[in-house]
Design a protein around this ligand. Structure first.
Ligand code: ADP
Length: 470
């Protein structure tokens, strides 16, 4: 059934606790510019303070005869979004299918301000519907997993590490592997969907039309982000994730080795396993304080130093050339002698900075070197300092580990061999993807697979949009 703008039903909205997601449809026969709202959305990729269009996720659907676009913005900015929309005359939207808490909370406001009626849909139903639709559209490329190198796994089995998970579950190489998903085949269900949004919902899906929320936890994405904001002075999610990439959680967590001085052989726990998240901060004598990441500061010192060197060399070059010109003794070798160290200083700065600030280091990053066994320091009157990057990393792993444990137990309970992790906590979050995968692999001894999807946080909005073509 062809979709038209005039129907005013070409959007799907998901107003979440932290992020609001919009899916909008651009029919093939009706170019985007024909509608003022579509025209506005397609002409840019960022909107207001927090809105952004995920252009890499957009796809053409043969089945629907048009292109789907994906936008998210912070739910706390909804009032701003309404004002923005108010300025766009003639978009013809009179009713829109919507889900999430905001579909109720903002319903009256949107009706009063924009004259748009929100048709409320159930959150779980839309997520499941969105997942199945997206998998049917891209059976071979939507779903993926993170797999450990088999040799590393065997080694970890030999060391008895199956009983727990090493310090932050990233001690062996993992790589991303596409997982074709034959949804239509009988073996696809049962499937456990673990949606990690602001909080976490666990849904047992036994067929496209039969599913039930079986569990959940309030320790979710907003817990991580909130604590990160409180403790690590960061105010963007991506910034928080980049910071976590620089950290080493062993500097704040208490490991088995910190308590036993080695492995706890009797229980089969290797020394590397986290015994208590943030245990080192709890055990520190005296006050505890946070400090900016060592690596972050290193970059900025180096940056300043290189700039001073470059400025001095440029000044030298200018004065030197002027003097030799006026004296009539200008020599190209003088110029090279002055330029060379300047260029080298710049290169050192550039390469170090690129390495330090890279948000996505290669997947095969070697494990971090062992930190000192007892890095807590200082007499009682001195504050013990913990680095923000280490705290950020420990927070991600803490949330991921907690979610995996609940997911694993539910998968066992509901006899599910596949656990599909979705939700925007996984956005820009390679640490969580790898931690979730390796923990699931370890605890289930490979019998339960952790899976992820490209459109991780958009399924509620996709499912909601699909109601407009029913
Ligand atoms: P909800 O529907 O509850 O808002 P989402 O699936 O959208 O849930 O996930 C929200 C979580 O995603 C946040 O708590 C945070 O951990 C993470 N997140 C990812 N990107 C952002 C962002 N740009 N701003 C805020 N949180 C983000």
């Amino acid at each position: 059934k062809p979709l038209t703008w005039d129907a005013g039903m070409t959007l799907g909205l998901d107003f979440g606790g932290t992020l609001s997601k919009i899916v909008f449809f651009e029919p093939k026969e009706v170019p985007g510019y024909a509608n003022p709202l579509a025209d506005f959305l397609l002409k840019r990729t960022t909107y207001g303070h927090s809105g952004e269009r995920d252009t890499h996720l957009s796809f053409y659907s043969e089945k629907l005869g048009g292109r789907l676009h994906f936008i998210s913005f912070e739910t706390s900015r909804t009032h701003g979004a309404i004002q923005l929309l108010k300025k766009l005359e003639g978009h013809n939207i009179r009713r829109v299918h919507a889900t999430g808490g905001g579909a109720y909370k903002f319903s009256q406001l949107i009706k009063d301000e924009l004259g748009i009626r929100l048709l409320k849909q159930d959150e779980l139903e839309t997520v499941v519907r969105g997942i199945i639709f997206t998998l049917l559209e891209h059976p071979n490329s939507e779903c993926y997993s993170y797999e450990a190198n088999l040799d590393d796994l065997n080694e970890s089995a030999r060391e008895g590490r199956h009983h727990g998970v090493s310090h932050d579950a990233l001690s062996y190489e993992m790589r991303r592997v596409p997982r074709p998903m034959p949804v239509e085949s009988g073996s696809f269900f049962p499937l456990l969907v673990v949606n990690i949004g602001s909080g976490v919902s666990i849904i047992n899906v036994t067929s496209p039309s039969s599913f039930k929320r079986v569990s959940g936890t309030a320790v979710g994405g907003a817990t991580y982000y909130g604590l990160c904001k409180l403790l690590c002075r960061c105010d963007g999610f991506k910034e928080a994730m980049d910071l976590a990439e620089l950290g080493d959680s062993r500097d704040v967590n208490l490991t088995v080795q910190d308590i036993y001085g080695g492995s706890y052989e009797l229980a089969g726990l290797s020394g590397e396993i986290t015994a208590s998240f943030f245990g080192k901060a709890a055990a520190a004598r005296g006050r505890v304080r946070t400090k900016r990441s060592r690596k972050r500061r290193y970059v900025s010192y180096l940056e300043r130093l290189s700039l001073v060197i470059i400025a001095l060399l440029v000044a030298n070059l200018l004065v030197g050339s002027y003097v030799s010109f006026t004296a009539g003794s200008f020599d190209l070798r003088d110029l090279i002698l002055v330029l060379l160290p300047g260029g080298m200083a710049y290169l050192v700065f550039w390469s170090t900075e690129a390495k330090m600030t890279s948000s996505h280091p290669p997947d095969d990053r070697p494990p971090a070197a062992d930190p000192p066994l007892h890095s807590m320091r200082g007499p009682t009157d001195k504050a013990t300092l913990f680095e923000e990057a280490d705290i950020a990393r420990a927070l991600v792993v803490m949330v991921a580990q907690n979610v995996t444990q609940i997911a694993f137990l539910n998968a066992r309970l509901h006899k599910s061999k596949r656990v599909l992790f979705t939700g925007n906590f996984l956005r820009h979050n390679r640490i969580a993807l790898r931690a979730l995968s390796s923990m699931m692999q370890n605890w289930s001894r490979g019998s339960i697979q952790a899976l992820f999807m490209e459109h991780e946080g958009y399924f509620g909005a996709i499912g909601t949009f699909l109601y407009s073509i029913d």
